[in-house]
Design a protein around this ligand. Structure first.
Ligand code: HEC
Length: 407
């Protein structure tokens, strides 16, 4: 019952998280589009009031006329629309989900007995959880320091972009070496998402508060507050597309289970950033096709890198030259898999068979023989090797040829 309630809570939390993220990202994309679509004001009235740029739009059966002032509009109404709760809700619900699925159950997804770094392979559950939190905190601290030191007043933003890109490759590499692929992709996405929310919390909103306070007191706002907020806001738009992809990646184990996981992860980030760059320029009237071409080329490269290696055709025989029977494989399923993959799992925390995969009967096994062979061969299953499958058992499954394998 408890496991069921947790699972139900998980669904509700995920729903909240996705809706908040859509609202935040949608608004953020809208404002980038607005900013890049501004044209000098047409009317004498607009010019007189110091309008910097304006955009006319039609949507939902009505016409809209947006006008942007830089830091000092002549008057400021009290009911100014702020956007920040969407960002905070996204991060808080995302962290709660991460805690429920990963930090509190590190044995399933966070510990990586297959890591080639011995200290990482032998980490205990709580150490892995602690390290995951350190990744998020340190990610923000390093990113923030890069911004402060390299381009505090937006004067060297090009160099800063390169530094942040290098930082993300390092995060991708470290997380893929330390954590299982699934968690590594998520944690790298969460590092970016944490930087995004922290940008809103520590820079964009406080800067805007100072600007509004100055205007209300009749002082000229400090233009640096506007510039710095803009810098962080621009970074956020670069992070958006990769973050969304990384949050969805857990459904696609082929992306994170192979030997090139960290390269694939880095290429996904660059591809998302390149595609985003195209749309930003597009809004300002430039059609720079090189960006989507690079983005798509990276995606094609990922397609090759993530493709299954051509494994030697199963011999059908084990190391002793004996034919591997399906009954032998079923024995292994019962020893290592049915704790979770049963109609009624005995593994605490699993109210239902994960991924709908029931491996208690031959019929269940033979419904997905190739998938079973794949996840056993790339060490994705058993999760966190909780049931301590041996290499000999993996070899046996690799050698097995399933009867009536589906084409
Ligand atoms: C500790 C629980 C646990 C054990 C033990 C376990 N699994 Fe899984 N399995 C899961 C979970 C959770 C998922 C869903 C993972 C996901 O959503 O990526 C899963 C998913 C799968 C999938 C679907 C993967 C996909 O990409 O769709 C297969 C196949 C699978 N397991 C096979 C096995 C086999 C074979 C074994 C035994 C060698 C095994 N599992 C042992 C928990 C477990």
């Amino acid at each position: 019952m408890e496991a069921y309630l947790l699972e139900y809570g998980n669904v509700l939390l995920r729903w909240l998280h996705v809706v908040a993220a859509i609202a935040w990202i949608g608004e953020s994309i809208y404002f980038v589009m607005l900013d890049n679509s501004l044209r000098p004001p047409q009317s004498a009235e607009g010019k007189r009031r110091g309008v910097f740029g304006e955009m006319w739009g039609v949507h939902g059966g009505g016409f809209y006329h947006n006008q942007k002032y830089l830091t000092n509009p002549a008057e400021l109404p009290d009911d100014l629309h702020w956007s920040f709760w969407k960002a905070y809700t996204t991060w808080l619900s995302g962290f709660a989900l991460f805690a429920a699925m990963y930090l509190l159950k590190p044995g399933f997804y966070l510990v990586n007995p297959g890591s080639s770094w011995a200290w990482a392979a032998s980490m205990s559950g709580w150490q892995a959880s602690l390290l995951a939190i350190v990744f998020l905190l340190l990610g923000w601290i390093v990113y923030d320091q890069l911004c402060r030191r390299i381009s505090p007043n937006m004067e060297r933003d090009g160099v800063l972009s390169v530094a942040v890109a290098v930082m993300m490759v390092v995060v991708a590499y470290l997380s893929c070496m330390i954590f299982p692929g699934r968690a590594a992709f998520l944690i790298t996405g969460a590092v970016m998402a944490t930087c995004m929310s922290a940008n809103v919390f520590f820079w964009i909103i406080p800067g805007q508060h100072r600007m509004v306070d100055a205007l209300k007191a009749g002082r000229e706002p400090n233009p640096l507050d506007g510039k710095r907020g803009k810098q962080r806001s621009v970074h956020n738009t670069y992070f958006t597309l990769p973050v969304v992809l990384l949050m969805l990646s857990n459904h696609y184990s082929f992306t994170y289970s192979g030997p090139y996981a960290w390269i694939i992860l880095s290429l996904f980030i660059f591809s998302g950033a390149a595609i985003r760059q195209y749309f930003v320029l597009r809004h300002s009237g430039q059609n720079k096709l090189a960006y989507p071409v690079v983005g798509v080329a990276l995606l094609v490269a990922i397609g090759f890198l993530a493709a299954p290696r051509p494994a030697p055709a199963p011999t059908g025989q084990d190391a002793q030259g004996e034919t591997v029977s399906t009954a032998q494989v079923m024995q292994i399923m019962h020893a290592r898999c049915v704790q979770c993959h049963a109609a009624h799992p005995t593994q605490p925390g699993f109210p239902a068979p994960p991924a709908g995969m029931v491996l208690e009967t031959e019929q269940g096994l033979l419904a997905h023989p190739d998938l079973v062979k794949q996840v056993v061969a790339n060490n994705y299953m058993p999760l966190g090797n909780l049931t301590q499958m041996t290499q000999a058992e993996r070899d046996t499954i690799a050698a097995w040829t399933a009867p009536q394998s589906k084409p």
